[in-house]
Design a protein around this ligand. Structure first.
Ligand code: C2E
Ligand code: CA
Ligand code: CA
Ligand code: CA
Length: 275
């Protein structure tokens, strides 16, 4: 903390150093991890709220490290993205996701998160496509979620690679919509199938008219562009009612279910279909 620049308060700098050290430890631990054994996926339903029917399960990574214990994705995904290590992890997770979906009815798909590093390099995308094609799972059951930030790492490369993914029959959705910097003109360039409205707009939906207006315009925009639209982070009945009132039908969030362990998904789907 001695080398602190004059303008930075010492407290901030110490915190910063701790973050840097933690990140370095995490990156080292990641490099030495047994990816297949330590990482697993949880699955959160994306529901057609008019029919209470699950259309897709979003695959969300979890890390149980023998060294660090349970690490939340908010931390390890960031570390893995910073170091570029994520591109070692993504294929492992995709294999797990494709193995899982085979146990579930054909009408149910998966939605799989990709990072910037995954989509800027064509050889990495081709490797993911090979995993998909060799899995025996119909690519029509698979969606890939990308974020604006990831795309902006290198828009031209990302665009070419998204076209490659789409050519398999898989769908593409734009995650965390509304939190990035991308303009509508950039969105227009992308071969998207779906927009996911970030949960931050839902949190204060009941009290905040501005949030309601934003969600409602995004929903209208997606209709105009013939895209489907999912609203994330829906936790309460009130939020769901408001969203349905403004024409949002596809819903994801704790209101329906938290991310589930693989072994719990089958039962959830059965209960939903009234079996
Ligand atoms: P995301 O892709 O935006 O995923 C949604 C996050 O919101 C998940 O957090 C999910 O558990 C949480 N969530 C869902 N419904 C609700 C709700 O109603 N209320 C609240 N408060 N939260 C809700 P999670 O699982 O901790 O993941 C955090 C982020 O880590 C993800 O955000 C995604 O950016 C990243 N991530 C997770 N798994 C993967 C992965 O396999 N690959 C990549 N590249 N990123 C991943
Ligand atoms: Ca996502
Ligand atoms: Ca999201
Ligand atoms: Ca997010």
């Amino acid at each position: 903390a001695k080398r602190t620049g004059r303008l930075k308060p010492v407290v901030f700098s110490q915190e910063h150093e701790r973050d840097v050290r933690e990140m370095a430890l995490m990156e080292r631990t990641l490099r030495e991890a047994d990816l297949d054994a330590e990482f697993f996926l949880t699955f959160q339903p994306i529901v057609d709220s008019h029919e209470d029917r699950t259309l897709l399960l979003e695959c969300l990574a979890r890390w149980q490290s023998p060294v660090l214990g349970f690490v939340s994705p908010g931390r390890f995904i960031v570390a893995a993205e910073q170091s570029g290590f994520i591109s070692n992890l993504t294929p492992v997770l995709l294999r797990k996701a494709l193995a899982a979906i085979k146990q579930w009815p054909d009408e149910v798909g998966i939605s799989f998160n990709l990072s910037g590093h995954d989509i800027v390099a064509s050889e990495k995308v081709l490797a993911l496509i090979a995993i998909l094609m060799q899995s025996g799972v119909s690519p029509r059951r698979v969606e890939f979620e990308v974020t604006e930030t990831a795309l902006m790492m290198n828009l031209d490369e990302a665009l070419a690679n998204i076209h490659r993914l789409k050519a398999t029959g898989a769908r593409i959705s734009l995650d965390d919509f509304g939190t990035g910097y991308s303009s509508l003109s950039q969105i227009q360039k992308l071969p998207l199938d779906k927009i996911k409205v970030d949960g931050s707009f839902v949190r204060d939906l009941e009290k905040n008219e501005a949030s309601r207006k934003i969600v409602s315009s995004v929903s209208a925009l997606s209709r105009d562009l013939s895209l489907s639209c999912v609203v994330e982070g829906v936790e309460t009945r009130e939020q769901l009612d408001i969203l349905q009132g403004i024409g949002c039908r596809l819903i994801q969030g704790y209101f329906y279910s938290k991310p589930m362990r693989e072994e719990d998904v089958g039962r959830f789907l059965e209960q939903q279909s009234g079996v």
